[in-house]
Design a protein around this ligand. Structure first.
Ligand SMILES: Nc1ncnc2c1ncn2[C@@H]1O[C@H](COP(=O)(O)OP(=O)(O)OP(=O)(O)O)[C@@H](O)[C@H]1O
Ligand SMILES: [Mg+2]
Length: 387
């Protein structure tokens, strides 16, 4: 055998697919670098076929306060890889507290009352729904695992370890092509306390902010170790702590959410129009969205209430029309936003295509394509001469 010339290789270079995935995830998730990185690493290992056989592709525990992106990151990854953010089997552990409720998850054994009517939530077919020719991967998410009953824990431990689940009727579900995500708010209360004021974000200029990240990390992991058994903790590939969002990060979440609203508007059958949101209005939305302990969760509600509902009314009453440019503004001291038409016949931009790794599942099935928030909000109005 002829010896190859020795050559230094670079194991840090990622494939184009992985880079696209990373970039698309970054466009949707603000901060939470560790969570993004964990998903990108898993994806790269899976694409290279190097995931351990007989185990799930990954067992990830996401800890951290409410509204910090734990669920969103899984949905965003599903949106990018499978073309639909709902391509995730979600198990809300709080709903499976009693042993008879486990039947909703795995189906009842034959002969039991209601055997035929209970359709298990986790089945091979349900997992395969996200598969495409190119990517045979599935996501399974267990929310609020601290609320799981003992019966559910036993199932969970088996799944994390052996990548199999036995259904009520003895069929086996293979989870070796599945990423199992587990989320918990454990330590959330303590983290909120650490943040002082109790608001869902860190105030600008807070001197302790640098140490805070580290403290948040430690608090969450310690809370998890206190609550969960070592046999559970040992089955995890990674524990990711999601951090409370800083004010600047909440502003970015606001941008992403507003871009998604703009995308929804551009998808309406009726009046596709553009809107821009002034700095005042953005401040109002942030102020409204951060007065409770809900992180970005409350921000979303504030956008729905103050932007989406009024816009729906404007559309329904034909006050805005196709090609309008609407300015969304706020008069200080007002308790609502103002909507002003400041242009007509504007050119509706074509959306910048998002690098998509896998063919969109919803498109493949003839559904409506799910648009990614790759739109940037339009700048100043650009009136066009003729319609
Ligand atoms: N880091 C983030 N990047 C982008 N959007 C975010 C982020 N964090 C939160 N959001 C926004 O806030 C909403 C709520 O976040 P999410 O559902 O992920 O919270 P969570 O951490 O799962 O909270 P909980 O523990 O209450 O379930 C998301 O749908 C998303 O719109
Ligand atoms: Mg969640």
């Amino acid at each position: 055998m002829k010896a190859a010339a020795r050559q230094q290789l670079d194991p840090t270079i990622r494939s184009n697919d992985t880079r696209d995935f990373h970039q698309s995830l970054r466009a949707r998730i603000v901060g939470q670098e560790e969570g993004v990185q964990a998903l990108v690493d898993l994806y790269q290992v899976f694409c290279a076929g190097l995931n351990s056989p007989g185990r799930p592709v990954g067992n990830l525990l996401f800890l951290g306060p409410t509204g910090s992106g734990k669920t969103r990151i899984v949905e965003a990854a599903a949106e990018i890889l499978f073309g639909d953010p709902r391509m995730v089997i979600k198990v809300d552990c709080a709903e499976f507290q009693h042993s008879h409720e486990i039947a909703k998850l795995i189906g009842s054994p034959p002969g039991y009352l209601g055997h035929r009517e209970t359709h298990p939530l986790i089945t091979q077919e349900a997992l395969a729904a996200s598969h495409s020719d190119k990517l045979k991967l599935s996501f399974l998410l267990f929310d609020e695992i601290e609320k799981a009953s003992d019966a559910l824990w036993q199932l969970l431990l088996g799944m994390l370890d052996k990548a199999t689940l036995t259904l009520g009727d003895n069929r086996r579900v293979d989870l070796s092509q599945t990423v199992i995500f587990l989320t918990s708010n454990l330590g959330g209360g303590e983290i909120t306390e650490l943040m002082g004021g109790g608001y869902g974000f860190i105030k600008a200029g807070d001197k302790s902010a640098e140490n805070l990240d580290e403290k948040v990390q430690r608090t969450a992991v310690e809370a998890a170790r206190r609550k969960f058994s070592p046999e559970f903790m040992n089955r995890l590939d990674k524990i990711v702590v999601f951090h409370p969002l800083h004010r600047k990060q909440l502003e970015q979440v606001l941008d992403i959410e507003l871009a998604m609203v703009q995308q929804r508007v551009l998808e309406t059958a009726k009046g596709q129009f553009l809107f821009r949101v002034t700095t005042n209005a953005r401040d109002f939305l942030l102020q409204e969205g951060t007065d409770q302990r809900y992180g970005a969760r409350h921000l979303k509600r504030s956008i729905e209430r103050h932007v989406v509902y009024p816009m729906a009314n404007l559309l329904a009453t034909d006050q805005v029309r196709l090609g309008d440019m609407i300015c969304v503004d706020w008069e200080p001291s007002g308790d609502h936003l103002d909507f002003i038409r400041e242009g007509e016949n504007v050119a509706i931009p074509v959306r910048r295509p998002d690098p998509v790794v896998a063919p969109k599942a919803t498109q493949a099935r003839g559904g409506r394509p799910v648009e990614a928030p790759g739109v940037t909000l339009p700048p100043e109005p650009t009136p066009r001469i003729a319609r």
